[in-house]
Write a protein that binds this ligand. Sequence first.
Ligand SMILES: [Zn+2]
Length: 543
Amino acid sequence: MKRPEAMSPAGRGPHTFAMRLARILSRATVGVAAPEVFVEVHLGGGLPRMSLVGLPETAVKESRDRVKAALETSGFEVPQRLVTISLAPAELPKEGGGFDLPIALGILVASGQLKPRHLESTEFIGELSLGGDLRPVRGVLPAAIRATAAGRALVVPEVNQLEAGLVRNGQHLYASTLREVTDWLNNDRPLPPVGDSQALAASHELDLADVVGQLQARRALEIAAAGGHHMLMIGPPGTGKTMLAARLPGILPPMTENEALESAAVASISHQGLDLHQWRRRPFRAPHHTASGVALVGGGSRPRPGEISLAHNGVLFLDELPEFSRPVLEVLREPIESGRIVISRAARQSEFPARFQLVCAMNPCPCGHASDSRGNCHCSADQVQRYRQRISGPLLDRIDLQVDVQRPGLSVIHAQAQPGETSARVLARVTAARERQLARSGVPNGQMDVADTRRHCVLPEDARRLLEAAATHWSLSPRACHRIMRVTRTIADLDGDDEVEARHVAEAIALRCTFSRPTQAGPAPTLAHYIAAPHENGKLIAP
Ligand SMILES: [Zn+2]
């Protein structure tokens, strides 16, 4: 197995020189990107030593010791030469143990212990144990996506194989030890291909049928799902706000394959790693109000995605909204608009996707009972106002639906025989409405820009007057008015109407304004009958 040139103190001539240099392909993790990295290994004269260059971080530097031990325990020679390992391009940050396998292979090829085969068409990623086993690494999915695009196979640790198997048309392989990889290259013993894990089924077990009553909140949830609108629920504790929010992912249109891969790629590089049971399920993230800024938006010395990115293509639920620290909430404003977050850390920037649907819940007052008809609230008007002011105007401005969730009346509790409508039925309406939107503007209504909003939501005269009256009455900002128009468009889409009508606008206004500014004078009389209009089977009954 050992070749003479591997053991000679210095190779000579062009023939042996080729053997002293090896290049193995691998991938780094930068945000959700996985740029190509060339692991180059050179054997030179001088004292036996292993030196690692190319901006490696601590975990990568430790790679030297792991690789040395793994080579020995797998029955190979560690060259008694100056071994220079370069991770190129040098300016890319390198982290984690994923370079162990390519480094080990590079040393073996450079020292003539391994045939330099398949190296142009294969990439390698994996951490080595001291015993030569391949251990799982983070970021396998982004690497597998990029390797597929480059037309190469990726060799991954066995534990990561299902993750690599999410990529369609990939020809990726897995191994559980270094020895299996070297047997493939030296002796043609084939490595098994990763399985196709696309078939993992998605199912949402939480069903809206569990929610009894709450017609207005259910209606708002359906509109939020149809148009991808952000939503705030305000109501006393125990009224089912969390229960409603947790059922939103189940009535959102199914994820496209691209969306599923994007969300899985974020999970793949996160602290928790990718949970394959979540494949094709819309994320639902509910961070606690004590969560730090870094936990919420991402960061750290090696930037990791935060909750807003883990909620990408899904739902970010913030319960007890006023309890979140205000600076943390303010950071949300930017990704709400742009759908992404850029984290700058010293000289390096990481970008993560963050197109989440924001759903918040809060009590109406510090004690929670202000809107309760039982009259249990003893908070002063001043206390209530201070409580609500913890949420900044600009953040509230970006929340399209602000709805009142009341304690269900006794009649509902007694009428247990009638369960709520199932998620499947609501989903059918949501999907039809969403298809209209995508056909019209290419995005859900909640993401339309101002120009598209004006183009696709042309208000007839009576509707325009209604919106103007509301804007004056509640001192609405232009942004708030545009958001009302987007919701109006969604309500019309749920009705299957190409043109928006006054009743659509009235409902959109009612779903935004009736609660958020309760300390001012009551509703404008012209709106009163619209706002009080009842809902039945998810439809507003026209006054
Ligand atoms: Zn109170």
